[in-house]
Design a binder for this molecule. Structure first.
Ligand code: THU
Length: 133
């Protein structure tokens, strides 16, 4: 995987901010954007899409993993998430699980506390390996 220092995190964050600008968040008023690098060099992104039936709202990460799969699959390697101000945001718990499916423990996340592997953000994760043991 590309080392964290060789990744242009500011450019990735700019893509997350652009995605955030397309968010549909009329109920929470809390737009979110995400972007990630894929192991083949692609970039994927997403924004939250809420719903009048509040519980059906989709986090930005849902759009990101959907785009990942739709555009050819692969593994997520580097991920960032921003709020409506463009500031770095931690992904919610459910979305850490979504990211684990496609990035695993080594996926690097940009967080307010620095660049961290998903293993530290989702310890002892349940994942695909459990289903094959
Ligand atoms: N949200 C995301 O899109 N991703 C996260 O990781 C955190 C929360 C969205 C869901 C909802 O539309 C809004 O932020 C407020 O919770």
């Amino acid at each position: 995987m590309t080392p964290s220092a060789d990744v242009d995190w500011a450019a990735l964050r700019a893509q997350a901010r652009d995605a955030m600008s397309h968010a549909y968040a009329p109920y929470s008023g809390y737009p979110v954007g995400v972007a990630a690098l894929v192991d083949d060099g692609r970039t994927v992104s997403g924004c939250n899409v809420e719903n009048a039936s509040y519980g059906l709202g989709l986090c930005a990460e849902c759009g990101l993993v959907s785009e990942l799969q739709r555009t050819g699959g692969g593994r997520l390697t580097h991920f960032t998430c921003v709020d409506g101000k463009g500031d770095i945001l931690v992904p919610c718990g459910r979305c850490r699980q979504l990211l684990y499916e496609f990035g695993g423990a080594d996926l690097l996340l940009e967080t307010p506390a620095g660049i961290l592997p998903l293993a530290e953000m989702l310890p002892q994760a349940f994942g695909p390996d459990h289903l094959t043991k």
